[in-house]
Ligand binder design. Structure first.
Ligand code: AP5
Length: 298
């Protein structure tokens, strides 16, 4: 009998290989993703950040069943922080559209296309960049979405048209999303997180002045780069960003719930606790899906 779920049909072999991954249990009783903690290395994301023809210097490890995740949630909920932690555990590459725009802002004015100059102006105001600009940028980096190491999309899609385009692209490639994780946090906590955020200008590591302070004030723990406050974290932009989220991005929750992909996670507690909860939910979901597929085959 064939699976009634198209994503399972397209990836039958991958799901079966995934079964091998899941069946590995640690001798000490801890799940495999915890045991993998020591054996992690960071992808450099060159191909994503710079776009073609740039190549990644550190190629993500190919996985028998790569994770293809989308992270949803309001600005400041902790998506970037989680993407970084998930990357260390699952090895899928952290692909942030905001990081691509911020990297472009470092180019000289003459080196920026008119679309990028316009996009940066939208960003500074806290508004969403037009769908056509975002899609053009993602489409030219679509090789990253086919990466054998998988991906963790952070900040994309952000509107229903973007979600529909991503869905079409992944369907046409026979590479369905594994899951969409929606992080939830009360608005007053979000405002607190954004107000205290500091970012490394060199490696983009994220800190918080009180919640995740760097060891040395204003210096990055990882590369000693200088920490700065993002322009769109100033209060006037934060209000606009939260409104844009409610209006344009929150409807994606229902979109992905209808596709059966949504995983809801409370973004409270330490980042490590939230990451562990996320991975437990994702692993449970994967086991259920593999079991479902095998049962249908039987
Ligand atoms: P983008 O860069 O995607 O920003 P965002 O979605 O607004 O999200 P943030 O990066 O602000 O927050 P986050 O959820 O990643 O939180 P973080 O982990 O840093 O987009 C920026 C702009 O680009 C947009 O406004 C738009 O203009 C444009 N853009 C990008 N993509 C677009 C698209 N697809 N379409 C249209 N426009 C687009 O955490 C926040 C703080 O909290 C940090 O200080 C962190 O240390 C702290 N923290 C994290 N977790 C915890 C915790 N558990 N406890 C305590 N503190 C915590």
């Amino acid at each position: 009998m064939r699976s009634g779920r198209p994503e399972h049909r397209a990836n039958k072999g991958k799901f079966q290989r995934a079964g091998c991954v899941i069946s590995v249990t640690a001798g000490d009783g801890s799940p495999p993703y915890i045991r993998g903690m020591a054996a992690t290395r960071k992808n450099d994301r060159n191909a994503w950040i710079q776009g073609p023809p740039a190549q990644c210097g550190v190629i993500p490890q190919a996985s028998g069943f790569p994770w293809r995740l989308v992270l949803l949630g309001a600005p400041g909920v902790g998506k970037g922080t989680q993407a970084d932690l998930l990357n260390q555990q699952l090895h899928a590459c952290h692909l942030s559209t905001g990081d691509v725009f911020r990297a472009s802002s470092k180019d000289s004015e003459g080196g920026q296309t008119p679309a990028i100059r316009e996009a940066l102006a939208y960003m500074r105001r806290g508004e969403l960049v037009p769908d056509s600009t975002v899609w053009e940028m993602v489409r030219e980096r679509s090789g990253c979405l086919q990466c054998a190491g998988g991906f963790i999309l952070d900040g994309f899609p952000r509107t229903l048209p973007q979600a529909a385009l991503l869905h079409q692209l992944m369907e046409s490639e026979g590479l369905p999303l594994t899951a969409v994780v929606n992080y939830q946090l009360p608005p007053h906590e979000i405002v607190k997180r954004l107000g205290g955020r500091r970012t490394c200008e060199k490696c983009k590591a994220v800190f918080h002045v009180t919640e995740r302070p760097p060891k040395v004030a204003d210096r990055c723990d990882q590369c000693d780069g200088k920490l700065f406050q993002r322009e769109d974290d100033w209060p006037e932009s934060v209000t606009v960003r939260l409104e844009a989220y409610e209006q344009s991005t929150a409807p994606l929750i229902a979109f992905y719930r209808n596709l059966g992909l949504l995983v809801e996670i409370a973004a409270t507690g330490s980042p490590e606790e939230i990451c562990a909860n996320t991975i437990t939910s994702l692993q449970t979901r994967r086991i259920v899906n593999v079991g479902y597929d095998l049962l249908r085959e039987f």
